[in-house]
Ligand binder design. Sequence first.
Ligand SMILES: NC(=O)c1ccc[n+]([C@@H]2O[C@H](COP(=O)([O-])OP(=O)(O)OC[C@H]3O[C@@H](n4cnc5c(N)ncnc54)[C@H](OP(=O)(O)O)[C@@H]3O)[C@@H](O)[C@H]2O)c1
Length: 306
Amino acid sequence: MKKVLVLGSEGMLGRSLCGRLGKMKSFELVKVLHSECDIRKHSEVLEIICDESPDVVVNCAAMTAVDKCEDRVEEAFKTNALGAFNVALACKKAGAKLIHISTDYVHSGDILLQNRPAGYREDDVSIPKNVYGSSKLCGDLSIMSVLGKNALILRTAWLFGSGGPSFVHKIMELGTTGDQFSKPISVVCDQSGNPTSADFLSYAIAKLLRRKTFVGGVLNCTCSGFTSWYSFAQAIQRIAGPERFRRLVVPCSSGWYKTKAERPARTKLDLEKLESLGIDPPYWKYELEKFMKKEFGKTLKTKATV
Ligand SMILES: NC(=O)c1ccc[n+]([C@@H]2O[C@H](COP(=O)([O-])OP(=O)(O)OC[C@H]3O[C@@H](n4cnc5c(N)ncnc54)[C@H](OP(=O)(O)O)[C@@H]3O)[C@@H](O)[C@H]2O)c1
């Protein structure tokens, strides 16, 4: 039986992962809450990881609010860079492997998809556009330098999972308040990525944890399919159905919809390595439909939406 310690266990991904691992007999699960261990504090991380002595640590803890990171640079780097470093040092001391969750936002998004249709590969150079991406990249690099092949950096994107917070929850909240006469919901159409369900990501993590030999290095891990925030919002609207989702959704440019943090335009991640490990990424719209039925109830109009 493998002992797995999950940091950030009460976050959106942490809850999904712990829910899955908790039902599997092959794992002994240790859930660690933010209130029990602040990853910014080396001594707290060291104590909990050395005391529990797990085979593998999964780090889902992070500062994830992209615009907030822009305002609170020090806090972002302390959590996403120093925090990740602390986790890596503790894993090294305890002899544990580490699976760390990273992001597509480490990339600039300036890739030309006509030259590279499959998107960013794991060994591509990363040049982040914002503080969140920079702090996460700093975390990835420090983990790799401390643990080498004993760490796996999983790059994911545009997550949605039970309880949120996520884009799906935000759009559902906006769309189900007001009616067709309310102000339309403007969504940017010039930024694209891979929407990914927390459910699939936790399935993939569980599958990687079950392998006899640990896979180290960097691995892209998203659902398949690539879309804009606008098309993502349209899919949410269609699945919810017109009785439930009454407001209009309209496209806008990121120049018009200003945010604190600049976001990358195209962060498609190449999934060839993931597939070569026997993990088949499901199409994002299927995952979205499955997720919305569970999350928002069976009254959703879900026929012929995908
Ligand atoms: N959400 C996305 O769209 C997305 C996309 C790509 C990659 N990712 C990555 O996926 C991972 C999981 O994201 P998520 O969506 O599950 O995020 P989330 O819901 O914000 O969960 C993050 C968790 O980390 C905890 N945390 C924050 N600071 C901490 C600290 N100093 N010490 C210990 N715990 C701390 C948070 O606790 P509090 O709530 O108490 O602060 C929360 O429980 C993150 O590494 C994120 O960068 C997410």
